[in-house]
Design a protein around this ligand. Structure first.
Ligand code: AFP
Length: 333
């Protein structure tokens, strides 16, 4: 039997679990944007989308051409849904409004249109990440303060990974499902339901080159992993680092593990590298809905109330047992 398409899945959720049709439209719009981005990623140099754009984003990071192109694709697709009243993107320093000529809707969307940009030119997996919030002031032009709600308020979150397959991973707050893009028909088809993350882990993901800049609890936790079966953990661990959060999270959903991006003593004023609204929150919602956990080392990421739209946060997410342990070490101090 042909697996459900994304549209059929959303229709089933509307019928069986009362999914808001307007939310379904936002998700459908995002899926269309991801299909377009996927096509450009696959063409690479042939589509003239590689290399630097010659500009910087609000984070002070050099923007790749595909960063900007992907951002514009997301904005256009979301405006077209008529179900969105404001957007926050990694690539734009202010809240993105819906033009007055277009219909305003009841949802806010925070997205990283292309995560893992440093992988684009070397043909390694990248992705798009999104979180969808209900607006307190639906159909009104959104302002920054509308986004200052903890991630536990998200109605949906997900990512699209542009890897050997293009896969859309989605949670509506009742579990995690995966869709694979059929390149022959351009249809996302349901390929996994009830995705779960094991409580225990055999693999960890962290950029080890920053070890000397981590706080002591992180140095202790990683040191124990590296001691393997000869140390307190009594088992060996493997390490992976793909430098694209989407790919790390996807691997963890498939075979377990923990992903970490701790704060760094070189930038003491910054709580971490990753951004709360459009990287940490959506991935935390996915992880928790798959039975995993996500903290900033001190508290649940989904309980953090943002104070800036590009706020950064330390991230420890994945296997609940591992996240609990490294978080406990922070609280030990
Ligand atoms: P870029 O989008 O600038 O490549 O950053 C990707 C990212 O935000 C996240 O997806 C990775 O896990 C992490 O940064 C990689 O950081 P390092 O390049 O410092 O290892």
């Amino acid at each position: 039997m042909t697996p459900l398409s994304l549209q059929q899945y959303l229709a089933r959720e509307e019928t069986l679990r009362g999914l808001d049709p307007q939310l379904a439209r936002v998700i459908s719009g995002i899926s269309e944007a991801c299909k377009t981005i996927s096509s450009l990623v696959r063409q690479g140099a042939l589509a003239g989308v590689l290399g630097l754009a010659g500009s910087e984003n609000v984070q002070g990071e050099e923007q790749k051409k595909l960063d900007i192109i992907s951002n514009d694709i997301f904005v256009e697709a979301l405006v077209q849904t008529g179900a969105v009243c404001g957007m926050v993107s990694e690539e734009v320093d202010h809240v993105i409004s819906v033009p007055e000529t277009e219909a305003l809707g009841p949802y806010l969307v925070a997205f990283d249109p292309l995560d893992g940009s440093s992988n684009i030119d070397i043909n390694v997996s990248i992705g798009s990440i999104f979180g969808i919030l209900p607006a307190d002031r639906p159909k009104r032009v959104a302002v920054e303060a509308d986004f200052f709600k903890p991630g536990r308020n998200l109605k949906a979150a997900g990512y699209c990974m542009y890897g050997p397959q293009t896969q859309l991973v989605l949670t509506l707050g009742q579990g995690v499902v995966m869709f694979t893009l059929d390149p022959l028909t351009g249809t996302f088809r349901l390929t996994r339901e009830a995705v779960r993350v094991e409580r225990e882990a055999k693999e960890f993901a962290i950029n080890m080159s920053n070890e000397r800049f981590w706080e002591k609890p992180v140095q202790r936790y990683i040191g124990e992993l590296l001691q393997g079966k000869d140390g307190v953990r009594g088992k060996n661990f493997n390490m992976r680092w793909i430098a694209a959060m989407v790919a790390e999270v996807h691997r963890i959903l498939q075979r377990g593990g923990i992903f970490m991006y701790p704060r760094d003593s070189r930038t003491p004023d910054r709580p971490g590298k990753l951004r709360l609204l459009y990287e940490a929150n959506p991935m935390a919602m996915i992880m928790e809905n798959a039975g995993g956990a996500a903290t900033n080392g001190h508290e649940r990421i989904l309980d953090i109330t943002p104070e800036k739209i590009h706020e950064r946060v330390a991230v420890f997410l994945g296997a609940a047992e591992e996240v609990e342990r490294v978080t406990a070490y922070h609280l030990d101090k």
